[in-house]
Design a protein around this ligand. Structure first.
Ligand code: C2O
Ligand code: CU
Ligand code: CU
Length: 478
């Protein structure tokens, strides 16, 4: 199958979902997960599994402090669970991997269509409803969140097929800052995919029969693709004004890590001015020449295209890729002079610093391969078995140690990186994080304080194949 062509498709922007109703305290949304078709490869149609049949799903926009209730319906031939990544959410609405929404009409399995999609044994449709209401209190600051599938053992293939969307939280403080907005604010969901001969997503991407020892290997290190999609489109092009833009970068890839840079760099460098991380605004902006991001990480950056000549083009490239995976998207800069009322203030937000000296406990989690599975502290994920019982409201230090690269994610609350390999945090560790990029044989310490909701929550590697192959654990807050 011919690959999609580079820099030929306009950048799509996922539509913002309208609430079906709203009252004094709450916005209500309805989303149906169903198959849909996308035109990504010339002459072929790609079947996706999407929220509202789209990949990415529609963007939800919440106001901090206003409750958001999303009713999810499942019209896919397989059970699903929906997780709001970065959401400060009680257990019942967290998308716990066994809180499944069964397919409409009952059966599990069925027309799955590829090896990773086989029916889940032991699942009886009678026990699960085809719909589930997720209640998000939204007691959290403005931030770029995303929602995605979190089905036990099937998160990798489900997200790969398209089950992911943005959920943006806004608040008054942020809106008062005059950051670029409206058409000059672009959520960019970056994800790699491979295509099969019919133009459908190939999962796993690498054919195990082609000189690879076994199927296990095609999944073991995480599934990679050779085409980079942004908002679901291969290597798209965005027409931009000579003005500042806010780019909400999300790495929604199953396993690929990127170093994103603009090429060419503007005179003087520092093209990517970071204003926010996973959990919201930074205290002060940080200018980067490039940004490294692992699966699930978000970087909120402002780029001033007025630093480039009128009518020029600039590519967003991936310095960790080669060939097609070194290219991400292109910005074509207009030649008209435009007005730009936006700015990036020196002071963005007041960010509370968690004081590690006040920590009441230190816990160590070793993320490593064990036989043919991926484990945490030597254990495979076992629902209902808790590795830690942190107390709500207290600061703890959690240490993550790795064998190979693992992006490590905590549910419920964000954390702050306090050290990397016993030295200072890295360039990309600033602010509130919920996923930390831990390189091979590294040790990273974070300070975390869980709050508000008692119950079971997850910590896991966000390489989705590692997660599905058991590199996940529970902690129970009390
Ligand atoms: Cu984005 Cu538990 O995952
Ligand atoms: Cu999460
Ligand atoms: Cu991992």
């Amino acid at each position: 199958v011919p690959l999609p062509s580079r820099y030929a498709v306009p950048l799509p922007v996922p539509p913002v979902l309208k609430p079906v109703r709203a009252d004094a305290t709450t916005d209500y949304y309805e989303i149906t997960a169903r198959p849909g078709l996308a035109n990504l490869v010339p002459g072929r149609q790609t079947e996706v599994w999407g929220y509202q049949g789209m990949f990415p799903g529609p963007t939800i926009e919440s106001r901090s402090g206003r409750r958001t209730i999303v009713t999810h319906t499942n019209e896919l031939p397989h059970p699903t669970a929906v997780h709001l990544h970065g959401g400060h959410v009680p257990h019942e609405s967290d998308g716990y991997p066994l809180d499944l929404i069964s397919p409409l009409g009952g059966g599990s399995g069925g027309a799955g269509g590829n090896a990773g999609m086989a029916g889940m044994p032991g699942m009886s449709s009678a026990t699960f409803a085809p719909q589930r209401q997720y209640v998000y209190p939204m007691q959290q600051h403005a931030a770029t969140l995303w929602y995605h599938d979190h089905t036990m053992g099937f998160t990798g293939p489900h997200v790969y097929r398209g089950l992911a969307g943005f959920h943006i939280v806004r608040d008054e403080d942020e809106m008062a800052l005059d950051l670029p907005q409206g058409a000059r604010e672009l959520p960019l969901m970056i994800a790699d995919r491979a295509f099969d001969e019919n133009g459908n997503f190939a999962y796993p991407a690498l054919d195990p029969s082609e000189g690879r020892p076994g199927v296990q290997d095609a999944y073991m290190n995480g599934v990679l693709g050779d085409v980079i999609l942004v908002n679901g489109a291969p290597w798209p092009v965005a027409k931009v004004d000579r003005a500042r833009y806010r780019l909400r970068l999300l790495n929604a890839s199953n396993a690929r890590r990127y170093r994103l840079e603009l090429d060419p760099q503007p005179p003087g460098g520092g093209a990517l001015v970071q204003v926010g991380s996973d959990g919201g605004l930074l205290a002060r902006p940080v200018a980067h020449d490039g940004i490294e991001l692992a699966s699930a990480e978000r970087f909120d950056v402002v780029v001033d295209f007025a630093r480039y000549p009128a009518g020029s083009s600039v590519r967003l490239v991936n310095r960790l890729g080669s060939g097609g995976t070194a290219e991400v998207m292109r910005f074509d800069i207009g030649s008209a002079s435009v007005s730009d009322g936006s700015r990036v203030p020196d002071q963005l937000a007041t960010v509370e610093q968690l004081d590690p000296a006040k920590a009441v406990a230190t816990r160590t989690f070793l993320f490593a391969q064990s036989g043919t599975s991926w484990t945490i502290n030597g254990q495979e994920y076992q629902p209902g078995h808790s590795l830690a019982a942190p107390k709500l409201g207290q600061i703890e230090i959690w240490r993550f140690i790795t064998d190979v690269h693992h992006p490590i994610h905590l549910h419920l609350d964000p954390f702050q990186v306090i050290s990397r390999n016993n030295a200072a945090p890295g360039e990309y560790d600033a602010g509130w994080k919920d996923t930390v990029d831990v390189l091979p044989a590294q040790g990273v310490e974070v300070a975390v304080r869980f709050s508000d909701y008692a119950g079971q929550f997850l910590l896991h590697c966000h390489n989705l194949e590692h997660e599905d192959m058991a590199m996940m654990a529970e902690f129970t807050t009390e």
